[in-house]
Design a binder for this molecule. Structure first.
Ligand SMILES: Cc1cc2nc3c(=O)[nH]c(=O)nc-3n(C[C@H](O)[C@H](O)[C@H](O)COP(=O)(O)OP(=O)(O)OC[C@H]3O[C@@H](n4cnc5c(N)ncnc54)[C@H](O)[C@@H]3O)c2cc1C
Length: 286
């Protein structure tokens, strides 16, 4: 484990043969399973079979033994060394994932599901880029691992504007890219309150390049909604050109039930996936 910045820990996992099956695409999400107190290794059902059966078996584990499940992004894969890097925001000791990363030691074990087609983005980045003139990336520190992979995968000379909210200047990172990327860092200061306001303000003030934009948004769910409203309502961006994910929720854990707004977002994403599938069928048939 190493600290990329004071509040970002990079954990390199020995992933065995799994590493060979992970492609090099950007923004690949996985579910990680963290052991409950008293367990050295998270208790998981046997792998194999279809995911729904596996998930039923997972949910049948008594709650005090069932691992905490959290979403993360593959930051890097090394197929020769069979390792996977994941970057964890150290946001305090309120959550099991951040707590685990704060004190991770060699030989600690987590479970991992994915990357999986089940989590695939409705529009793969390569297709989104091909259909657009430039890319807008906006997110907070939890989105930084994904934003890093997206920036690093841009084609030669492709324009991108990234607005990223972090605690302070010490949390900024640098990326290697073939794209033409301008990164605007927003420093949050005190947390909370103030989560997301700086990011929203930075995107509102940003001068957009001309041409068709594809926007990728992730971070605190309320902020992501506000960013979307701004892009659609004030900037006239087509909803279908926005990929958005609420990564975490203020004052709620990933175990808490979805709010009405979360359900509305999920409904829109399902509807969107249906439209894209229908469009793809229409193209194939015609
Ligand atoms: C697709 C996807 C990919 C993601 N990739 C990454 C990644 O690569 N790296 C990463 O660090 N996170 C990532 N996240 C976000 C991560 O899953 C959440 O932050 C998660 O809630 C962390 O779990 P926890 O156990 O630490 O906190 P939880 O138990 O879920 O929450 C405990 C408390 O901490 C607060 N909290 C949770 N996350 C944050 C945060 N980031 N900043 C401030 N307060 C927070 C909650 O509001 C709550 O009050 C991703 C999320 C998704 C959906």
């Amino acid at each position: 484990m190493k600290r990329v910045t004071p509040h970002m820990a990079r954990v390199t996992f020995d992933a065995g043969d799994l590493a060979g099956s992970i492609g090099g695409e950007p923004d690949q999400q996985v579910k990680l399973y963290f052991p409950k107190p008293g367990q050295a290794v998270p208790r998981l059902p046997e792998p194999g079979g279809d995911f729904m059966r596996w998930y039923e078996a997972f949910n049948a584990i008594p709650e005090d033994e069932r691992p905490w499940m959290r979403s993360f992004t593959i930051r890097a894969v090394d197929r020769e060394r069979k390792t996977v890097d994941i970057d964890f925001v150290l946001h305090g000791d309120a959550g099991p994932a951040a707590r685990w990363a704060e004190s991770a030691r060699p030989s600690d074990v987590l479970g991992m599901f994915g990357p999986s087609a089940m989590f695939a983005r409705p529009v793969p980045l390569s297709a989104a880029i091909a259909a657009s003139d430039w890319l807008l990336l906006a997110g907070d520190q939890a989105a930084l691992p994904a934003i890093g992979t997206l920036i690093e995968s841009l084609p030669e000379g492709y324009p991108a504007v990234a607005c990223v909210e972090v605690g302070d200047a010490a949390e900024e990172q640098s990326f290697t890219t073939r794209g033409r990327v301008s990164v605007r860092w927003v420093h949050r200061g005190q947390v909370p309150p103030g989560h997301g306001e700086g990011l929203l303000d930075a995107v509102r003030r940003a001068e957009f390049p001309s041409g068709r934009v594809f926007a990728w948004l992730a971070g605190e769910a309320g902020t992501v909604r506000a960013l979307r409203r701004h892009l659609v309502g004030d900037r006239g961006v087509d909803k279908r050109s926005i990929d958005f994910t609420g990564y975490w929720r203020l004052k709620l854990t990933q175990d808490d039930a979805p709010t009405q707004e979360d359900l509305t977002d999920a409904g829109e994403l399902v509807e969107r996936a249906r439209e894209l599938t229908a469009e793809a069928h229409a193209q194939d048939n015609g």
